[in-house]
Design a protein around this ligand. Structure first.
Ligand code: GLA
Ligand code: ZN
Length: 654
């Protein structure tokens, strides 16, 4: 059974409301209530004095109503006394100074003093609750970012991390190429984290920047590993996760979730449903990306429950059907638990305008009814959690690529995230399941592997892709592949795409970072596509030309190539194209590989399939605010705005 959850903050409400709240949640169809996040101040009102009586009681009330809890460690929000009495626990900003406290998330996750206190509260909680039947799972902290804190302990930790990696400053100088601008380091204590950029990040040494991002991401993975082990000490079977989100300081999600039992995400799709092609399938991309963290079904720990706008001004009200539709969409992409945020909008605190399911007046409302519909629908599909998404297509993501390309833009109109989404968008438009997975994922089982901009080069990946293609698979590579070595320095003396040149059967003769300029390429099949951002001028070395430039000094030169490699193929896309280019390419590739597509899907309609021993379900979701209608073989499918239809193996609609 897919589980429905609800975020609830009993500490915000009078005790007299708890019973009724629990009864209403149960009647709605809630299975798990997510508790205690940010409640450290109530659990340890003074240093060393613990009070769990209120939480015991809240858990009892919930359990009495036949529900379980997800307990959150409250470490995102330490009590004020911790910060004032132990200032070493406070995070420092990019300006190299402690942040001003007063909101949430001020803790430094690396500070040994913070770890001592956080360790103690997690220990107290775990000793008391871990292993109890009421506890379904644990969430660590809240929406962790990578650690860009600049406090003295983080500086020390960064230096130790580098020392472990390089051994000597001489080795670090070599790796970072510090002879440029006299950047040589002579003692470890000269290394600084990234401080207030008086200049943009791209004035910094890219080798330093990439190591700094890797360190910052490692801190987050280390932090969740540490908390999980505290919980697991008291319950070796505990399911432990954390609620991820996309943020400015992206962690390395694959490394982070490797330490955890299930992937989880906070899902707040936009309420102004995007119609622009760039963002049309953004929610779908996010969900496929989360499923890739552990290559299995995942959880949503916060799901859109009301108008957001954290925290003011307020966002627009969710359209009718949106709360239910977006929740169903997560299930279609592999969610096995969907926990709504939050039961009731808070009457106090900064978040009072960020709306939960119920308004401040506490009446039943339209949003509650939609969640009820969602629950009723899932109840008719009790074995759905025994199914999963199986994909013939993998889209490879690398945290190194993200970090390196974020800090050193290659050209206007060219970004890593957009590259990934363009390929994902084409899969969605063709109704094909796609796994967004880490670059070190084993490739067997896939028929096509899409590798947009593998920029920081892993030569082992080139070899694996060669073996994959030789055995009959199709690999798709793009511009800016094989550019950097593992230290984020340019590779000397090898022509692009370096490690991938043999696989792709072409070389980059020259390139042109065309930025915002747009121009056309013409495919040999008669297609014409706009490209922008970047143009690799390709010279085939065995590959066939798939498309040619029609403008500038390289008119007539190859823009896209296709190379036969063993029993398989490799495509190389030298420019950043409009959506139609990827649609045409993948249509051809899927035909060659006999990957079934759903032809004629209208824009914004997604088709995904969950299957398993218990059956096979096809999900048709209209992620737009317009009705859609299309032919599915002999049948006609009509979808209202944000409607999800589910088709069983026997062709029956649920
Ligand atoms: C985040 C946080 C929540 C809450 C919501 C508001 O996802 O995890 O605690 O603040 O934003 O939308
Ligand atoms: Zn710090």
């Amino acid at each position: 059974m897919i589980k429905v959850g609800m975020a609830y903050y009993p500490e915000h409400w009078d005790r007299s409301l708890w019973e009724e709240d629990a009864a209403r949640m149960k009647a709605l169809g809630v299975h798990v209530v997510r508790l205690a996040e940010f409640a450290w101040g109530r659990m340890e009102p003074e240093e060393g004095r613990f009070d769990f009586s209120w939480l015991d009681e809240a858990i009892d009330v919930i359990a009495r109503h036949g529900m379980q809890v997800i307990l959150c460690t409250p470490t995102n929000s330490a009590p004020v006394w911790l910060y004032t009495d132990h200032p070493e626990t406070v995070q420092w900003g990019r300006n190299g100074r402690p942040t001003d406290i007063g909101i949430r998330g001020h803790r430094c996750i690396q500070s040994p003093v913070f770890r001592r206190y956080a360790g103690r509260i997690v220990d107290e909680m775990a000793r008391r609750y871990a292993g109890r039947p009421e506890v379904y799972a644990w969430q660590i902290d809240n929406e962790l970012e990578s650690n860009h804190c600049t406090c003295p302990s983080c500086r020390e930790a960064f230096r130790r991390w580098l020392e472990e990696k390089y051994g000597t400053v001489a080795a670090l100088n070599r790796a970072w190429g510090t002879d440029v601008w006299s950047g040589q380091i002579t003692r470890w204590d000269q290394v600084q984290p990234l401080l207030a950029p008086d200049c943009l990040p791209d004035w910094h040494n890219p080798a330093f920047m990439l190591d700094y991002e890797r360190f910052a991401a490692w801190c987050t993975a280390d932090y969740v590993r540490w908390q999980r082990q505290l919980i697991r000490h008291f319950d070796p079977d505990a399911i432990v996760t954390t609620n991820s989100c996309f943020c400015g300081n992206m962690p390395d999600f694959h490394q982070e979730f490797a330490q955890l039992d299930v992937a989880a995400y906070d899902n707040y799709p936009p309420m102004d449903v995007p119609e622009d092609p760039e963002t049309l399938y953004s929610n779908a991309f996010a969900l496929d990306f989360i499923r890739g963290f552990k290559r299995k079904n995942f959880w949503i720990l916060e799901q859109l429950g009301g108008a957001g706008g954290c925290w003011s001004p307020m966002g627009v009200a969710p359209e009718p059907g949106m709360i239910e539709g977006y929740a169903m969409q997560t299930v279609a992409h592999g969610a096995d638990l969907v926990s709504f945020f939050r039961w009731r909008s808070s009457c106090s605190g900064a978040e009072m305008l960020g709306h939960g399911v119920l308004d401040h007046d506490n009446r039943d409302n339209r949003r509650l009814a939609e969640i009820g519909n969602f629950c009723r629908r899932l109840e008719k599909l009790p074995a759905l959690d025994e199914t999963g998404l199986h994909s013939d297509v993998a889209l490879l993501y690398g945290a190194d690529q993200e970090f390196a390309l974020k800090n050193q833009r290659q050209s206007r109109n060219f970004a890593y995230w957009t590259q990934l989404k363009l390929f994902h968008d084409a899969c969605m438009g063709l109704g094909v399941n796609v796994d967004v997975v880490a670059e070190d994922t084993p490739l067997d089982g896939y028929k096509a592997v899409l590798v947009p901009t593998h920029y920081v080069t892993d030569r082992a990946l080139a070899e694996r892709l060669e073996a994959f293609a030789a055995a009959g698979g199709t690999a798709v590579l793009t511009n800016r592949s094989g550019v950097k070595d593992a230290h984020n320095n340019c590779i000397f003396g090898e022509t692009l795409p370096t490690a991938f040149r043999k696989l792709c059967g072409c070389r980059v003769e020259e390139y042109d970072a065309i930025g915002e300029r747009r121009m056309r390429i013409a495919s040999v099949n008669g297609g014409s596509y706009l490209v922008t951002g970047w143009c690799d001028i390709l010279e085939p070395e065995g590959a066939q030309v798939w498309a040619r430039y029609t403008e500038k000094f390289y008119a007539g030169a190859a823009a896209v190539t296709k190379n036969a490699f063993g029993a398989g193929r490799a495509y190389y896309v030298g420019a950043v194209g409009e959506r139609a280019l990827y649609r045409a390419l993948l249509t051809e590739i899927f035909r060659e590989l006999s990957i079934p597509v759903v032809p004629g899907l209208p824009d914004g309609v997604e088709v995904t399939t969950r299957s398993g021993a218990e059956g096979c379900y096809r999900f048709f979701f209209n992620n737009t605010l317009r009705g859609k209608s299309f032919a599915l073989g002999e049948r006609r499918v009509t979808l209202r705005p944000l409607e999800m239809k589910i088709e069983t193996e026997g062709g029956e609609w649920l």
